[in-house]
Design a protein around this ligand. Sequence first.
Ligand SMILES: [Zn+2]
Length: 282
Amino acid sequence: MPNPLASHRLGNDPLSATARREVAVGRLTVAAVSDGVLVMSPAMVGSPEYPTGAHDELAARYGEARLPLGCFVLRGEQTILIDAGIGPVDHAGRGTLVGGNLLGQLAALGIAPADIDVVALSHLHGDHVGTLGDVQTGQPVFPSASILVGRDDWTYFVEQDQAQMPLPRYVRQALFEHDRRGQVRLLDGDVDIVPGLRRIATPGHTPGHSVYLVADEGQRLYLAGDAVHTPQQLAHPDWAVPFDVNPAEAREVREWLAAEAVRAGCVGVLGCHFPHLLPVSI
Ligand SMILES: [Zn+2]
């Protein structure tokens, strides 16, 4: 499958499509890479009084408001990938949500698809799961990986299949194939994944949304998925996206993250779509 970012005007944009960095957390290192680019619509993140708040702040700082499609790698005894971008597609053909960089970014880290032991998902929106399945065949792209996902997201997106933003067909096929092989683990509540990595149940944006906490030697990094879409939401937890499944719960999660961001030992909060994939602490 050709990479649609190869001919995209933002295909080499270090703020979004090619964002990458390494974040130290105690003795651990999280590699953050981007699968692609999300060009923000003006009213994507804000309040009823200021619906274009995040867009306007980002545009004032960076010019065009665009965001990465963040994915994260934690290497230890197992190689763990957290979230999987949107994959090599131009969603809706408009050039505003385009991916395809993840496998190349992993290769640059010396990681082949078969090396991934675990894919831990923040939630089942298409821009976080797209590389799981081959676009043409629906076969798993990470054949050895166990797929970890909140049980309530599996129920909502896979079993009920009535989400406002449904799973792409090839991702459904890949998830079913992983499930058939016994490679799907559904997560309930707060649970340790491996030493140093903990899943925190954070329903709101989606019913089974997960924040992943990386912690070592008193330092903590919150990989926030889409609990916050932009850094501005940590200063304005009332700023929401219109597609939170449960807006009240989503706001509680943002208020909790904003409080965590100022606590001692917090390396930062890092949402999947933060510009430059830069963690934010306040
Ligand atoms: Zn997202």
